[in-house]
Design a protein around this ligand. Structure first.
Ligand code: PHE
Length: 347
């Protein structure tokens, strides 16, 4: 039996040291130290030994068990270390390799202009309102005092999505041709005092050329409060134009007509290029038209439940593309929508 134990010890140690993976090592452990293992089998025969031999063999068996257990622990540690080293070697990072730069995008010229104007107005206490691009004829026209027969209502001018049902005058669905329906949407939902701007897309059946596009952007403005006059309109717009075009810029308010404002006007800025003498930029006019405006028509206010004995208001609508083209010297409007990166990268 001594011999048997010595053999087991020798063979087992050899097997442990040559185990090259955790699974193989565990197999060796089971083979020798498991319940049905070789060492266990020897111990089971202890009963057959003469009494005086038992403690000696018992001690020897314990020593073998201890030696094997220690050897297994050692080998297990060595295997884990090797595995870790392999993993680290495979995951080596060369910190001297230059990183990969992510290309950083930037704002579209239209967004630059819209954000700038929004900043100017919010600085004056205005809030930003947003509304649908798909609109009812009722909001785009009727509630803006634009009755049947107005050229804007014709299908040749405006994109209709559906002709409308029982009351085509109001429930026809269209792509809004102006941001002005936002005046009504805001006044129906808010009580005065109202100070809002509403930037957004508008659509008209215009052939695309250097100065026209069937889709373009406007910023609507609306103020309704007690005692609001045309002087407030002039003062505010002059301030905004100075912020946009510089402190020395000159403006001109010309009488005009819009169905939903009375009186109405158009506002021009003196051409910065020629100082008003007339050049190719202003097409010899000396002035550049930038927006339409006026005092909100009493019919529009009353249609929204606002008492015209107490309140009055003004509104304006400006074209964003035109401002962006002046601001960045863009000669062809189509460039703004073509999404050519070589063009867009310049801003
Ligand atoms: N909606 C008008 C247009 O598109 C502009 C405008 C807005 C005029 C508000 C007066 C008041 O031409």
């Amino acid at each position: 039996m001594r011999e048997q134990l010595a053999n087991i010890r020798q063979e087992a140690l050899k097997a442990i040291r040559s185990a090259n993976a955790a699974a193989a090592l565990d197999q060796v452990r089971v083979q020798y130290l498991g319940k049905k293992g070789e060492l266990t089998a020897v111990l089971k025969q202890m009963g057959k030994l003469p009494a005086e031999e038992r403690p000696v063999i018992g001690q020897m068996a314990n020593e073998v068990r201890e030696a094997l257990t220690n050897a297994i622990a050692e080998q297990s540690k060595a295997l884990a270390e090797t595995a870790l080293n392999l993993k680290l070697a495979a995951e080596t990072v060369d910190v001297t390799i230059p990183g990969q730069r992510t290309a950083l995008g930037h704002k579209h010229p239209l967004s630059i202009v819209i954000d700038e104007i929004t900043d100017i107005f919010t600085g004056m206490g205005f809030q930003v309102a947003e509304g649908p691009e798909i609109e009812l004829a009722e909001y785009n026209f009727t509630k803006l005092n634009t009755e049947e027969g107005h050229p804007g209502r014709e299908w040749t001018d405006t994109f209709y999505i559906s002709a409308g049902g029982d009351d085509p005058k109001n429930d026809a669905v269209l792509l809004r041709s102006q941001t002005s329906p936002m005046q009504v949407r805001v006044m129906e939902q808010q009580k005065p005092p109202i100070r809002i701007i509403a930037p957004g897309r508008v659509f008209r059946k215009d052939e695309a050329d250097a100065t026209h596009s069937p889709m373009f952007h406007q910023i609507e403005g609306l103020v309704v409060d007690k005692g609001i006059t045309m002087a407030d309109l002039k003062g505010t717009l002059n301030e905004v134009i100075r912020a946009l075009y510089g402190p020395d810029s000159k403006t001109r308010f010309r009488p005009h007509h819009f169905p939903f404002t009375e009186p109405s006007c158009e506002v021009d800025v003196q051409c910065v290029e020629c100082g008003g003498k007339g050049c190719s930029v202003c097409k010899g006019e000396g002035w550049i038209e930038i927006l339409g405006a006026g005092m909100v028509h009493p019919k529009v206010l009353e249609g929204c439940g606002i008492d015209t004995e107490v309140y009055s208001g003004w509104a304006f609508g400006m074209g964003v593309e035109r401002l962006a083209m002046r601001r960045f010297g863009i000669k062809d409007l189509r460039l703004i929508f073509e999404n050519d990166v070589r063009f867009l990268e310049q801003f």
